[in-house]
Design a protein around this ligand. Structure first.
Ligand code: SF4
Length: 184
């Protein structure tokens, strides 16, 4: 944390702004949020649901397929536009989950949050969780894909509930203040 966010191009600026807002919110509110029993319980629950989704993806063979495709297939699905879907509340949740947010993308042609070690985010946008490409549809048995989607659904629900809870706890005024201080 504390690394200055480089704003080089207009495209980059949007994501840089979301990251800055998330970091400011984290600085303003981390203590009060993590002392709030409801938020703490929801963060822990989300973490467990994310773990369950990732384990289900490994068991179903999805992680292997994606790694193989990224290395020797068509390349990663994590395109440059995907990073724009991550708003400041989602990024704040990642900070609460102990993740660092990359200040610059590892590859400007791919998603801002895609690092050499994989996705930098623990809590990801619903599209990142739900997306099933044609290769996966062809290779992974339908019942396994359905099972993974069912488990991922809990992860998506838990994320939504936590996002709404955090918005309520921090309030619109704090959110606007965090956005307004960008560039100061
Ligand atoms: S999974 Fe992560 S790296 Fe891939 S598109 Fe989503 S946020 Fe970006």
């Amino acid at each position: 944390m504390g690394v200055p966010i480089k704003t080089i191009t207009c495209d980059e600026k949007t994501i840089a702004d979301q990251i800055r807002t998330a970091i400011r919110l984290w600085k303003f509110c981390e203590q009060s949020l993590m002392q709030d029993r409801q938020v703490c319980a929801l963060v822990k629950g989300l973490d467990l649901d994310i773990e369950a989704t990732q384990s289900a993806m490994v068991r179903a063979g999805i992680v292997n397929e994606c790694s193989d495709c990224a290395i020797s297939g068509q390349g990663t699905c994590c395109g440059v536009r995907a990073g724009y879907k991550c708003d400041s509340i989602l990024l704040l949740i990642n900070l609460l989950l102990g993740r660092n947010l990359p200040s610059v993308p590892a590859d400007a042609h791919l998603c801002h949050f895609l690092t050499k070690q994989g996705c930098a985010l623990r809590a990801r946008h619903v599209i990142c969780i739900n997306f099933v490409c044609q290769r996966l549809r062809d290779v992974i048995p339908h019942n396994l894909l359905c099972r993974v989607q069912e488990i991922a659904g809990r992860d998506i629900d838990a994320l939504f509930v936590l996002e709404e809870c955090i918005k309520k706890k921090i309030g619109v005024a704090t959110l606007i203040r965090a956005q307004e201080t960008i560039g100061t």
